[in-house]
Design a protein around this ligand. Structure first.
Ligand code: CP3
Length: 343
């Protein structure tokens, strides 16, 4: 198996910089769209054979160094008892958002085997199919990011319902965060036991917070998730979008790898994180719309600056955009492999 990605996560010596892309299975791939033409998104997430098929597509097409389980961060939220639909225009929608104690009270801590058996089955299928290829990454949303969807009922502009709960009803907020923390721990532990070889925790909305609020109200829960998962001995990647202002606090999560978005120079991020942490990132997803020579220049710049970290895994700074050209993505992956070997 190509274990360059896992070695990089552990900060070990590697021959070239491994690369994978957030949202690497998705609508920019005609092959994904062909599968999605006949099935809705949530049904696809719950169909192990098809979910495994779309997980493998980018591995074959792009030549990336890791596969990431095809699913969505909101799957466990549905299993906690909320009603979830995906709208083509508005993205995920959760009816009856969580706004008070009795709503939190009603939420269940799911039993993964019982309530999300398709996740376990997809991972097992994938491990068989990936045997001589690349490692499989499992994932979850971080407690705070999941809480924002549950409180807002979807994505939001100012996250005011969430912040009002944090600032005016901290008892309700903390109770929700505690339930989510337990859910995330059992969800990720089950993924690892089923065969996930690394874990990424997505904290997509952590960057909407003032550093003091991240530090006091969110970080303790992330630390708890990371410390519990460390028992399972697989690398843990923590990705927060818009992370520049909270990097020093993120360092305290205890994660093995820190994923960074593109709004910060990777060299500056390494300075803030120190040399004991592996970094992942951080090409602007829109940079894939540049001409190929310019993409190569951006890749080289990131490789060169990322080299001073304990280890570097190349990725985008956030998910790939549906309009992206597959040809440019392949050129990017090839550039990462080529120029990191020459370094
Ligand atoms: O990375 C991968 O290839 C694995 C699959 C994956 C998806 N979502 C598939 C998906 C992963 C890891 C996610 C995580 C996810 N989901 C996050 C965290 C990462 C991030 O992007 O910040 C979040 C916030 C979600 C919630 C979510 N799911 C939103 C807001 C949307 C709608 C926006 C959009 O891009 O359409 C989704 C839908 C979604 N998740 C799609 C895919 C492939 C598109 C659905 C479709 O096929 O129509």
């Amino acid at each position: 198996m190509n274990d360059t990605f896992l070695k990089a996560c552990r900060g070990e010596e590697i021959e070239y910089t491994p690369v994978w892309l957030m949202r690497q299975a998705g609508r920019y791939l005609p092959q994904y769209k062909a599968v999605r033409a006949d099935i809705d998104f949530l049904a696809l997430c719950k169909n192990p054979r098809l979910a495994a098929e779309v997980t493998l597509q980018p591995v074959e097409i792009l030549g990336v160094d890791a596969a990431i389980l095809f699913s969505d961060i909101l799957i466990p939220v549905e299993a906690m008892g909320m009603r979830l639909v995906f709208s083509d225009k508005q993205g995920p929608l959760l009816s009856e958002p969580i706004r008070n104690m009795s709503a939190v009270d009603k939420l269940m801590i799911p039993d993964v085997e019982e309530d999300m058996p398709f996740i376990i089955e997809t991972i097992k299928l994938l491990r068989k199919e990936l045997e001589n290829k690349v490692p499989l990454i499992g994932f979850s949303g971080a407690p705070f990011t999941l809480a924002t969807y549950m409180i807002e009922g979807g994505t939001s502009k100012n996250y005011l319902h969430t912040k009002k709960m944090m600032f005016q009803h901290s008892g309700v907020f903390n109770y929700l965060m505690e339930k989510l923390t337990l859910t995330v721990i059992s969800y990720l532990t089950a993924q690892i036991k089923a065969g996930a070889q690394a874990i990424q925790i997505f904290d997509t909305w952590a960057g909407i917070l003032a550093p003091v609020d991240y530090r006091e109200l969110i970080l303790p829960y992330v630390k708890k998730v990371v410390s519990e998962l460390k028992k399972e001995k697989v690398p843990i990647i923590y990705f927060a979008n818009n992370c520049a202002g909270i990097l020093k606090d993120i360092k305290k999560t205890g994660a093995d790898v820190i994923g960074i978005d593109w709004r910060i120079d990777i060299g500056d991020a390494v300075k803030k994180l120190g040399k004991k942490i592996v970094v992942q990132g951080n090409l602007d997803p829109s940079a894939l719309f540049l001409p190929k020579e310019k993409i190569e220049e951006r890749v080289k710049d990131i490789l060169w600056k990322g080299e001073v970290a304990k280890g570097h895994i190349f990725n985008l700074g956030h998910g790939i955009l549906p309009e992206t050209s597959v040809e440019n993505v392949i050129a990017m992956v090839e550039a990462v492999h080529k120029y990191s070997r020459d370094n």
